[in-house]
Design a protein around this ligand. Structure first.
Ligand SMILES: C[S@@+](CC[C@H](N)C(=O)[O-])C[C@H]1O[C@@H](n2cnc3c(N)ncnc32)[C@H](O)[C@@H]1O
Length: 252
């Protein structure tokens, strides 16, 4: 391991996420599509019950970081489902991480899933649900794939205060309409509580979510290891509006 990578590995090993910190930062950074999906999955696992053999849908899994994490850490069978990423590429990554017996890559649109209704013991989605799940109807649709008593849990980028029609001056230079998909935990709780199929157990903000997001993007960017443009400038300008929120519920 060269000096830069060793330093980045050390800087991005957080006490808050001991399991994620054990993974090779070079591999994780090559395959990340946003602030470490393993951190997000570890945060979610504090409030979800995963046990060996469970069938878990990882919706919007990207390059499979969270799917590999859940399979390795909890021995669950993961259906790693994504729209933008090719299944063969994900299969190669899954094999590289030696979890091909536990993780099945699937190419599908969240709006048109190819699964049997009532098939999954749990559904997770990390840094993806806001792309398709902010409307009133989507929760009802996705819950149909979950068994009774099964849990659904998401972690998404969030804001401390709803934007409504007022975009803070500080982030106007970085504004993109997709930022309207970022909401508070209270907003998500309300949306999910409209369902009579679900008991919402948790809707909260990740402790140090803003700091972790900035640390991830900035550390990788400074080391020349960030393959996307990242959010460093926007995060520095906003000074703490953005974070991550976690929402977990159990289907009746
Ligand atoms: C920011 S990336 C996050 C990927 C991964 N969860 C991670 O954190 O590394 C968002 C992902 O959502 C997926 N996505 C967006 N819209 C989708 C849809 N309609 N159906 C399935 N996946 C979708 C994209 O393919 C993309 O991989």
């Amino acid at each position: 391991m060269n000096e830069t990578i060793a330093r980045v590995q050390q800087m991005l090993s957080l006490e808050q996420f001991p399991r994620s910190s054990a993974y090779d930062i070079e591999w994780v950074s090559e395959n990340e599509m946003g602030p470490n999906a393993m951190w997000l999955a570890e945060f979610l696992s504090e409030k979800m019950q995963f046990s060996k053999g469970m069938k878990v849908l990882d919706l919007g899994c990207g390059k499979g970081l969270s799917s590999v994490f859940l399979a390795k850490e909890f021995g669950v069978n993961v259906y790693a489902t994504d729209l933008w990423i090719h299944t063969t590429d994900n299969f190669l990554r899954i094999k590289e991480m030696e979890v091909e017996d536990l993780v099945t890559p699937i190419h599908a649109d969240a709006m048109k899933l190819p699964f049997a209704r009532g098939f999954f013991d749990a559904i997770v989605s990390l840094d993806a649900y806001h792309y398709f799940g902010t409307n009133e109807m989507y929760l009802e649709e996705i819950l149909s794939y979950l068994k009774p008593n099964g849990q659904i849990g998401i972690v998404v980028p969030s804001v401390l205060k709803e934007f409504h029609d007022e975009i803070p001056e500080s982030i106007k230079p970085y504004w993109e309409p997709y930022l309207y998909t970022h909401h508070t935990p209270e907003w998500w709780r309300k949306l999910w509580e409209h369902s009579d199929q679900l008991k919402v157990e948790v809707a909260d903000t990740m402790p140090n979510g803003y700091e972790n997001w900035l640390l991830w993007d900035k550390t990788l960017k400074d080391a020349g290891m960030l393959r996307r443009s990242g959010d460093v400038e926007m995060l520095l300008a906003d000074d703490g509006i953005f974070s991550f929120c976690r929402v977990v519920g159990t289907k009746f």
